[in-house]
Design a protein around this ligand. Structure first.
Ligand SMILES: [Zn+2]
Ligand SMILES: [Zn+2]
Length: 460
């Protein structure tokens, strides 16, 4: 039997601020608990050490404005690199599954990154997914985001991509940051129905969440048949978490993990730092490694006797029925919507960066193609609170784009350098198909490459 991979990177030198919930000692107690229980010495566990994610790994997902260096500290690169190490270990068959217990977290970071949103600068899971798809030729990936906050960054990054199924359950956006993740958010035309949100009423219990797993998440995974299942493992649905209002338990998290059985789990939130977080992380490790964790129930859980209300169960039933229907008619809807929009789908978005107080406006144009998931053009203008502002134009070509779409996007990038330099601070080309990432600095009239090709590519 293969072991479960475990990688621990607590980033003891990175915090948003000394009193912020996302601070250095967030994983201190988890570390103590892992050592106390001797987890790393168990034969079912294999420990891994993180490495730095490369500039190409970041640029494959993000347009970092003004630069990767300004957006990502070394702690961010190691956190993302930790996910890559676990991803490689799984793909090479060294482990049956793996858990990257890392911080800083990532699931609120979007394609264009101007600063920190919801404690996130760069998106660890998205960086890992695109890295694994590129390196190992994977196509179909499912992400199950079990953080109490909607994984709006991960959703946005794959909102046009029908090969990535993004499922998120979270406390209803009307009652919690980031205020999104409603059932109507289903994906852009070529990927309609491959984003599935499950907004949960505050105080939902183990019973309600596990019902959503059984009646919706498991059937979705069964029908989508992903090559890889990733869990964005946020532990802040716990009843003791100070940032949210749910009634999920550590035992519930262990059961959730057993049922979903992700190949790779990547830590996201969880701010009950001293009490619940170490328990939940330990419960998840034990569930992944197949170790009995039934005696791990927290001492005050029975006393609290959480019960799910019949109203909430009814509501969950309606959501499950609706979202399964949406998912099952996705191909028909995608075809209809593509026909309706013609060559391009366009939309606008406003994005607010709560941590860094940045307001961003985006215009997005998505090329629609019958043969591939083509390319996106994002025109983004961001105003920082202290007066700094940036406008950037970003061309993003999909990994499995057809040669015609790839060429068209590259020509559009070149064309914009001839015509629109005066409008922008930076113009970017993200050619995932060629694994080439360029940034044109419009004030310095200089184009530079970001990163190099993936090491070892073409060798194995
Ligand atoms: Zn969270
Ligand atoms: Zn195409």
């Amino acid at each position: 039997m293969k072991p479960t991979g475990l990688l621990f990177f607590p980033a003891f030198d990175w915090a948003i601020s000394p009193t912020h919930p996302e601070r250095e000692e967030r994983l201190l107690y988890t570390r103590d608990q892992i050592f106390e229980e001797g987890i790393m010495d168990l034969p079912q566990i294999r420990e891994y050490q993180p490495r730095l994610a490369s500039a190409s790994d970041i640029a494959r997902i993000h347009f970092c404005v003004p630069s990767i260096e300004r957006l990502a500290t070394e702690a961010h690169l190691v956190s993302a690199g930790g996910a890559l190490v676990i991803g490689d270990a799984f793909m090479k068959g060294e482990i049956k599954n793996g858990f990257a217990i890392i911080r800083p977290p990532g699931h609120h970071a979007m394609t264009v990154a101007h600063g920190n949103r919801g404690f996130c600068n760069i998106n660890n899971e998205a960086i890992m997914i695109e890295y694994l798809r590129r390196k190992y030729g994977l196509h179909r990936i499912a992400i199950v985001d079990t953080d109490v906050h909607h994984g709006d960054g991960t959703q946005e990054i794959f909102y046009h991509d029908p090969d990535v199924l993004f499922i998120s359950f979270h406390q209803d956006g009307r009652t919690l940051y980031p205020g999104s993740g409603f059932v109507e958010e289903l994906g852009w035309p070529p990927a309609w129905g491959t984003t599935i949100n499950i907004p949960l009423a505050p105080y939902t219990t183990d019973e309600g969440i596990l019902y959503a797993v059984d009646s919706l998440i498991l059937p979705l995974l069964e029908e989508f048949q992903p090559e890889l299942v990733i869990n964005s493992a946020g532990q802040d649905n716990h009843y003791s978490d100070p940032l949210a209002n749910m009634n999920f338990s550590a035992g519930g998290y262990a059961e959730l993990n057993r049922r979903i059985a992700p190949h790779i789990a990547v830590l996201e939130g969880g701010y009950s730092v001293e009490t619940a977080l170490p328990y939940i992380n330990l419960a998840l490790i034990m569930a992944m490694a197949g170790i009995d964790s039934s005696n791990l129930r927290e001492p005050d859980y029975e006393r609290r006797a959480f019960r799910e209300s019949p109203d909430n169960m009814e509501r969950l039933k309606r959501i499950a029925t609706l979202q399964l229907e949406n998912f099952r008619r996705r191909e028909e809807m995608q075809a209809d919507l593509k026909k309706k929009h013609g060559d391009f789908f366009s939309t606008y978005r406003r994005i607010y960066y709560d941590t860094d107080n940045i307001s961003e406006n985006q215009e997005i144009r998505l090329r629609l193609c019958d043969r591939c998931c083509s390319y996106r053009v994002i025109d983004s203008a961001a105003a920082h609170a202290m007066g700094e502002s940036y406008r950037v134009l970003c061309f993003s070509i999909s990994l499995y784009s057809c040669p015609d779409c790839q060429q068209e996007a590259r020509e559009a990038y070149r064309h914009s350098l001839e015509r629109f330099l005066g409008h922008y601070d930076f113009i970017y080309l993200q050619d995932r198909a060629a694994d080439e990432y360029l940034c044109f600095d419009c004030s310095g009239f200089e184009e530079r490459g970001i990163g190099g090709r993936m090491p070892g590519e073409g060798e194995d």
